[in-house]
Design a protein around this ligand. Structure first.
Ligand SMILES: [Zn+2]
Length: 343
């Protein structure tokens, strides 16, 4: 029973939220671990809420499908939309989701990102060979993973060239944030169309207090996580200007991960009680899968140039790095719009 207690609590919590907001957003998709719901001692209430939302026969225009990634490895090509192609500098088509260059005369609402329909786990991460990973250790940890896709106004494509036509080829970085709000408010915001560029925002991934992982924007796309930002190292500074009227940012090469803020931190104070051990563990588990080296893992506070961002507050970097060392670095999460994994 003890094993199921956290799941029971989470289900009750989700059920409560679902009732509260009427599952307004409707696409809390279970990317993995769906079987957990059915293994619950008394899941019927929650399942009913989901079924009413999901079933095409019950909803004229369902925008939700349940996705059990483990049982749906790669879709056959025929049923998969072919990735858009763009031409690189030599006019050779590059498969992927990159855009060539930012719009030199953007509208106030900007260009919306390519719509992403409910997808398999593989869009967010491509699991490595389990046996190999087991040999490397660290594979016994398996957080629940969900997808709650953002509205396309809240993300864009990654660019191959900056606003001035210069090619951009920064290696990826990981930027760590905190939500300040609870995770449900955050998801609600990301799933709401934001028609003014001033309000558009997203992370790639959220990590709940429970350690559960929620994928918001696929890693091949550009999440709007740090508007006015620069990544500074001993060898120089990195930032990409993608908008004629706005400061440059790291978004073009960043993977944004945000930790759900504990209840006592949902304010403007300088600190709070910190993150859960499950969050540190999930963060390490996730970041290890990006293959990004330690020196390219940073925080919003460190890259921010607006002077307004201090997150993640009360973050124990040493503890995180300790956890990080226990996971093998893999390339399961490809922070590139030219990822072969999109094929
Ligand atoms: Zn932030």
């Amino acid at each position: 029973m003890r094993k199921w207690t956290p799941i029971l609590l989470l289900t009750l919590y989700l059920l409560g939220i679902g009732v509260t907001v009427g599952l307004k957003n409707k696409d809390w998709l279970v990317a993995q671990g769906m079987s957990l719901w059915s293994q619950m001692p008394s899941p019927p209430k929650f399942e009913r809420v989901i079924a009413e939302t999901v079933s095409p026969s019950l909803s004229p225009s369902p925008d939700i499908k349940l996705v059990v990634a483990e049982e749906l490895p790669e879709q056959p090509e025929a049923t998969h939309a072919q990735p858009k192609t763009v031409a690189n500098v030599n006019n050779v088509p590059v498969p992927g989701t990159c855009a060539l260059q930012p719009d030199p005369n953007p509208t106030a609402s900007g260009r919306v990102g390519p719509p992403v329909n409910p997808v398999t786990l593989y869009r967010f991460r491509r699991p490595t060979d389990v046996q190999t990973a087991n040999l490397q250790g660290g594979m016994s940890y398996a957080p629940n993973e969900y997808q709650a896709l953002a509205n396309p106004t809240n993300y864009g494509q990654r660019f191959l060239y900056d606003i001035n036509g210069q090619p951009v080829n920064n290696a990826p970085i990981v930027v760590i944030h905190e939500t300040v709000s609870d995770v449900y408010s955050a998801v609600n915001f990301f799933q709401t169309a934001q028609n003014s560029e001033d309000n558009q925002a997203s992370y790639h991934t959220l990590i709940m207090l429970t350690g559960d992982i929620v994928y918001i924007v696929p890693p091949d796309l550009r999440a709007f996580g740090a508007g006015d930002s620069v990544f500074a190292t001993s060898t120089g500074t990195e930032t990409v200007k993608t908008h004629p009227q706005r400061p440059p940012s790291v978004n073009n090469f960043a993977y944004h991960v945000s930790l759900e803020t504990p209840a006592d931190g949902r304010n403007n104070a300088d600190s709070h009680s910190g993150y859960t051990a499950a969050q540190y563990q999930s963060l390490a588990w996730l970041v290890a899968k990006t293959g990004v080296p330690d020196y390219r893992i940073t925080t919003h506070a460190a890259v921010d140039r607006s002077g307004e961002r201090r997150d993640p507050r009360s973050f124990d970097a040493q503890l995180f790095l300790q956890y990080l060392q226990s996971y093998p670095r893999t390339q399961e999460i490809m922070i590139s719009c030219q990822s072969a994994y999109l094929n």
